[in-house]
Design a protein. Structure first.
Length: 211
């Protein structure tokens, strides 16, 4: 009887140690995967900012000497100055930054349209700057897709069980998408956010999840 009890306790301890060991192995593996996925997100974000820097430099040259009657030309110039002054403080995809990018794109569109439709008024340098700007905008949009894809991959891994428990214990957080495309009209992000909240509230009400 005593021998059977000792064997049972021994088996229980071995199983417990095995489970604990496997948990810590899984925990460390999950943390490493989160670190790697987050690194990819941050690298894509850095790449996005670099293309933005280049685009802003091109726009600065393009707007210099351009007609003052182009819509938003003064606003675009002010944005370029402010962006350059605050460039070192851009570290997160916060709502304020996203809204400023929305406005910058809005200010940029009339300038691009003017030089695209009035080639005869642009010198060779301006034509080359315009081409480089359009090429850089296309590159930026591709990077945005790549960035959002890496955010989706990270968030899905973060949200699965039990990964989110481990992630929270290490201080990881979900990341926001960069829901904008340059060179085209975009919906005001503040309005889009409000519409998403109303849609979520409607779904919750339909399922009895809110008052």
């Amino acid at each position: 009887m005593r021998k059977a009890l000792i064997i049972s306790i021994t088996v229980f301890l071995i199983i417990t140690l095995l489970i604990v060991g496997l948990y810590f192995v899984y925990k460390n593996s999950t943390k490493n995967n989160l670190d790697n996925k987050l690194k990819t997100v941050n690298n894509n974000w850095t790449e996005l900012l670099k293309t933005q820097d280049k685009n802003n430099n091109l726009l600065r040259i393009l707007i210099t000497g351009s007609p003052q009657n182009i819509q938003y030309s003064d606003s675009l110039n002010i944005y370029l100055i402010e962006y350059n002054a605050n460039r070192k403080d851009i570290g997160e995809r916060n709502p304020d930054f996203v809204y400023k990018q929305y406005l910058a794109n809005k200010y940029m569109l009339p300038l691009i349209k003017f030089y695209s439709e009035n080639h005869q008024l642009a010198n060779v340098e301006k034509k080359n700057i315009l081409k480089n700007t359009l090429d850089n905008i296309e590159k930026t949009n591709k990077i945005i897709k790549k960035y959002n894809s890496s955010v989706r991959d990270y968030n899905l891994y973060y949200s699965s069980f039990p990964n989110f428990v481990i992630a929270k214990s290490y201080g990881f957080k979900r990341k926001d998408y960069f829901e904008m495309q340059f060179g085209v009209d975009n919906k005001d992000p503040k309005i889009a956010k409000k519409e998403r909240r109303e849609w979520q509230r409607k779904i919750e009400m339909e399922h009895g999840l809110s008052e």
